[in-house]
Design a protein around this ligand. Structure first.
Ligand SMILES: NC(=O)C1=CN([C@@H]2O[C@H](COP(=O)(O)OP(=O)(O)OC[C@H]3O[C@@H](n4cnc5c(N)ncnc54)[C@H](O)[C@@H]3O)[C@@H](O)[C@H]2O)C=CC1
Ligand SMILES: O=C(O)C(=O)COP(=O)(O)O
Length: 529
């Protein structure tokens, strides 16, 4: 992966001090400003390459669009629902989290809430503090032999299951992704939600917050549950519909709720928090020394590894970068970008582009299709335009620019390093370029139907000229260039000398105006790579 330059990081919440220390040890300048209001964050974020948050900072599209230098949003924790990941992706910003760092802590708090619900521990403790000794009021029920339904059998769901099994609970669950045989191996029988609701004495949710999980427990599903079912939400506010929960608590359909998270934090919905059968916490699932130490350290180390081009761990929106670590893939990315840039300057600077077809050839390029396509598009969109395309956002930018993108791989015998052919089309015209990597350097092998005698090194100042084949061309062009103070460093002629062909010149500098060549050439383009 090409190194991503992060020199300045804003930490906008209370993250373990190890995070700051690790970043600073690696030469990154860190500023901590907590509890910024939205407008303050929008004003502040302009200055930073990276932002590190927990769950309280709302990294909305407004914030992201104001962040001109931002390249990374690091979430010291699991849920990224407080970050507008789509807006970040469109802007080419990596969003990274530290899944797993707080799993045990969140699972332990869930278990603590399940136990508290069964024995009314918080209510009894409060009553004691008020000077009472009420043994009758707080009669509980054993967890032993009861059924616990776990919706969401990922990291936390699994840890909750194995812990509650130690209390003799039967654990059933539902997850659309985790295979039933996998959850069965840790003692959770999977079933449909329709089958799950009526069986459970307790239900705990451990899914991300997303359209499919908003209001998973609602009026309709509460009605399908056992009367007096107790529920826990240590995942995200809104997975259990708050209004429906209040109604179910009031009717007795729900016998109690343990809530660590709320739609709005801190919650304005006080009737729920104040309900005698509700035990609530101010989003404490990850608030342990151990979880914070892990998450703070993990996010800092992940950032440092990414900056050093060593590894990319925890990125939630930049999977394409995962295959770009080796020196070889960096050379291929340079090739793709350079071929895209050549096509941009020869063709698309004049005609709006509507199609791009990227063809890779040969075994060497078999596995690089995804990033090769993106690299070519980066060259096409960035070169000479104000676009700020990168491998993360370029597919969505191409779509926004009305470019239909196709990619294919041809299993043909070609040079060891493989070949990349690109054809772009727009407004009735089409342009083609073919490139490869030779000796670690990206080279152009051909332009349109012309194959160059010598591969053209895709570096420095290049001039492409279309003219009818003539032995005088080079001297005529050299004369004009010399009068403009431009020296020719290299000259590549096409193999075939029939009709209008393309030549490529390596030059000491670009011409201020290509018009000076118009009496010798039919078409001309120039660029610096
Ligand atoms: N209260 C707190 O402080 C903490 C809360 N969390 C939250 O806990 C939740 C779970 O975290 P992890 O277990 O680490 O995530 P995870 O990604 O390991 O597990 C989530 C599971 O939910 C499943 N899922 C997705 N859609 C579903 C659906 N419609 N129905 C049922 N299951 C579905 C997924 O397949 C996955 O297996 C997240 O929302 C996270 O933000 C995490 C850590 C601390
Ligand atoms: O990691 C998560 O998803 C959490 O909910 C923890 O949030 P926090 O880092 O404590 O604000």
């Amino acid at each position: 992966m090409a190194p991503i330059c992060i020199k300045t990081v804003l930490i906008s919440e209370s993250v373990d001090p190890r995070c700051r220390a690790i970043l600073e040890e690696h030469g990154i300048c860190v500023t901590e400003k907590h509890n910024l209001k939205k407008e303050e964050l929008i004003a502040e974020i302009k200055d930073y390459d990276g932002l590190v948050v927990r769950s309280a900072t709302k990294v909305t599209a407004d914030v992201i669009n104001a962040a001109d230098n931002l390249k990374l949003i690091g979430r010291a924790g699991t849920g990224v629902d407080n970050v507008d990941v789509d807006a970040a992706t469109k802007k080419g910003i990596i969003v990274m989290n530290t899944p797993g760092g707080n799993t045990i802590s969140a699972a332990e708090l869930t278990c603590a809430l399940l136990m508290s619900l069964s024995r009314n521990v918080p209510q009894a403790a409060m009553s004691m503090k008020q000077g009472n000794w009420d043994r009758k009021k707080f009669m509980g029920a054993e967890l032993y032999g009861k059924v616990l339904g776990i919706v969401g059998l990922g990291r936390i769901g699994k840890e909750v299951a194995t812990r509650m099994q130690a209390f003799g609970m039967r654990t059933v669950g539902y997850d659309p992704i985790t295979p039933p045989e996998v959850s069965a191996s840790w003692g959770v029988e999977q079933m449909s939600l329709e089958q799950l609701w009526p069986q459970c004495d307790y239900i705990t949710v451990h899914t991300p917050l997303m359209p499919a999980t908003v209001g998973l427990l609602n009026d309709e599903t509460f009605a399908k549950c056992k009367k007096g079912v107790k529920v826990v939400n240590c995942a995200r506010g809104g997975i259990i519909d708050e209004e429906a929960l209040l109604r179910a608590l009031e009717s007795g359909q729900c016998g109690g709720a343990g809530l660590d998270v709320f739609i709005e934090e801190p919650p304005k919905n006080r009737p729920l928090v104040d309900h005698p059968n509700v035990i609530s916490c101010p989003h404490l699932g990850a608030s342990t020394k151990e979880a914070q130490a892990r998450c703070g350290e993990d996010i800092a180390l992940q950032i440092v590894d990414m900056v050093n081009g060593k590894n990319l761990v925890g990125a939630v929106n930049a999977q394409i970068l995962a295959g770009t670590f080796s020196q070889e893939s960096q050379q291929l990315i340079k090739l793709g970008e350079a071929v895209g840039a050549v096509l941009q300057s020869c063709a698309t600077s004049r005609k709006p582009l509507s199609h791009a077809h990227i063809i890779t050839q040969g075994d060497y390029m078999k596995t690089c299709g995804g990033y090769m396509t993106s690299a070519v598009l980066v060259g096409l969109l960035n070169h000479g335009s104000g676009c700020r395309a990168n491998l993360i956002n370029v597919l969505s930018l191409a779509k926004d620019n009305g470019i239909v993108v196709n990619e294919s791989h041809w299993v043909t015998e070609v040079a060891a390093a493989g070949m990349c052919k690109v054809e772009v089309k727009g407004d009735g015209c089409s342009f083609k370029a073919t490139g490869s990597v030779q000796g670690g350097v990206p080279v152009l092998l051909g332009l349109n139907d012309c194959v160059f005698r010598q591969p053209v090194s895709l570096t420095g100042n290049l001039m492409f000229l279309q003219a009818s084949a003539s032995p005088q061309l080079l001297s005529s062009v050299a004369g004009v260039l010399a009068s403009e103070g431009v020296q020719i460093d290299s000259f590549s002629a096409p193999v075939d000398h029939n009709g209008d062909v393309w030549y490529c010149l390596g030059v000491s500098s670009l011409l201020p105006d290509l018009g000076v060549l118009k009496s010798f050439v039919k078409d001309a383009a120039q660029l610096t790579i």
